[in-house]
Design a protein around this ligand. Structure first.
Ligand SMILES: Cc1cc2nc3c(=O)[nH]c(=O)nc-3n(C[C@H](O)[C@H](O)[C@H](O)COP(=O)(O)O)c2cc1C
Length: 170
């Protein structure tokens, strides 16, 4: 059985490398669904159709209307990468005002394996709310992969993240 991976992606520069993530996940036989925050969806507006073709699923970034059907299969695992400062802090506080946040909040409650790979500059990482948020998420069962300080969009650890997700599903 192919495992369904939700790739939840925020508005930080590594999101422009979404194709790398999708290819690497397909190479590991994941069925990948891309979920973008509204700002990330705006950044990738021109790539949306191509991503839908690549993944075979709609790219979702907004809540459906109540009567609309669910269009994505149930997730077996969730990768939140890149995870922005903004989404990390809102997630830790249980805020669900974007579809991305709603799904990752639910994933905690459903005990679906969730790995987050934050990406933000040092000045934001030093903010006390951010450190509290990371600790709260870990406490809630979210696995964190914290890239080293020198990470760039080019060196973002997609493969290591997928290694970790695969390990959780074994
Ligand atoms: C060029 C650019 C680069 C950015 N890089 C980052 C980043 O690496 N990490 C981050 O947390 N926010 C970054 N931001 C700010 C986020 O895009 C902003 O906080 C946004 O509200 C995040 O929304 P989201 O969490 O819903 O995706 C960047 C913004 C711009 C315009």
């Amino acid at each position: 059985m192919r495992h369904v991976l939700y790739a939840v992606m925020c508005a930080a520069p590594p999101v422009h490398h979404v194709r790398r993530l999708v290819s690497a996940a397909h190479a590991r036989d994941f069925d990948v669904c891309v979920i973008l925050t509204p700002t990330a969806a705006d950044w990738l507006a021109d790539s949306r159709a191509e991503l839908e073709e690549l993944t075979g699923h709609p790219v979702r970034s907004a809540y459906k209307r109540p009567a609309d059907p669910d269009v994505l299969p149930q997730a077996h695992a969730v990768l939140v990468a890149p995870a922005s400062f903004n989404t990390i802090n809102k997630w830790a506080a249980g805020i669900s005002d974007t579809l991305a946040l709603g799904l990752i909040n639910e994933a905690i409650g459903l005990e679906i394996p969730v790995l987050a790979v934050p990406h933000s500059k040092g000045a934001l990482q030093a903010h006390p709310a951010y450190r509290r948020s990371l600790a709260a998420l870990e406490d809630a069962g979210v696995e964190l992969l914290l890239p080293d300080a020198a990470v760039t969009s080019q060196t973002f650890p997609w493969e290591r993240a997928l290694d970790r997700v695969s390990r959780r599903l074994r």
